[in-house]
Design a protein around this ligand. Structure first.
Ligand code: ADP
Ligand code: 5GP
Length: 191
């Protein structure tokens, strides 16, 4: 008899904006190609080069609100005046294929997943310092100075929440941080 399909696993990667979540997940997925990425929905405008259905599902305010009303989200949160959420359909799509899936979300959403999917593995990414976080957010060049300041303000509260998370990785040396993430993910998948 064929062995049962391996249970799909959900990995939540959270931490403040600019800490390097997207960069780390990109490198992690090169090392673990079966790991699928959940494409989030958002009401914020696309940045230059961002594509609908690849970087995000870009939704209008009314469309997002309708989907909240319909119970389409596994979690959602307001962040810096915009809404962001994980569609249940994204999770279902990957788990139906038996693939482990990674969510890149902010802290409020991670808390919701902790309640609704207690089996999900949660990893908090910290910067080496608040100064390094500021430099990364500024250096990325995607946000106006006022938006960088708003994100840094939110980051103060987010960093204070690090202790809530099962796993914590400091993203100082990038290669070391990717390896730490890889150990957590492969350790879980092979357990
Ligand atoms: P997030 O997805 O958490 O908002 P990004 O992945 O966009 O963060 O990274 C923010 C910026 O920091 C990018 O310009 C990225 O190249 C840079 N970065 C990521 N990791 C490191 C690191 N370990 N050291 C220095 N810069 C980094
Ligand atoms: P950005 O505007 O930089 O793409 O994202 C802003 C913040 O929203 C980041 O911290 C990012 O991780 C978070 N985020 C992205 N997608 C989701 C999501 O689906 N749900 C939640 N709660 N946060 C998200």
């Amino acid at each position: 008899m064929a062995p049962p399909a391996q249970a799909a696993r959900v990995f939540v990667i959270t931490g403040p904006s600019g800490v390097g979540k997207g960069t780390l997940i990109g490198l992690l997925r090169e090392r673990i190609p079966e790991l699928a990425l959940s494409v989030s929905a958002t009401t914020r405008a696309p940045r230059a080069g961002e594509r609908d259905g690849v970087d995000y599902w870009f939704l209008g305010d009314d469309d997002f609100a309708d989907r909240v009303e319909s119970g389409d989200f596994a979690e959602w949160a307001e962040y810096s005046g915009r809404r962001y959420g994980t569609l249940k359909s994204e999770l279902a799509r990957h788990t139906a294929e038996g693939r482990p899936v990674v969510l890149e979300i902010e802290v409020q959403g991670a808390r919701q997943i902790r309640e609704s999917l207690p089996g999900a593995v949660q990893i908090f990414i910290s910067p080496p310092s608040e100064d390094a976080l500021r430099k990364r957010l500024t250096g990325r060049g995607t946000d106006e100075p006022a938006e960088v300041e708003r994100r840094l303000q939110v980051a103060t509260d987010e960093l204070a929440a690090a202790g809530e998370f099962e796993h914590r990785v400091v993203n100082d040396d990038l290669a070391a941080a990717v390896s730490a993430l890889e150990r957590i993910v492969t350790g879980t998948l092979t357990a």
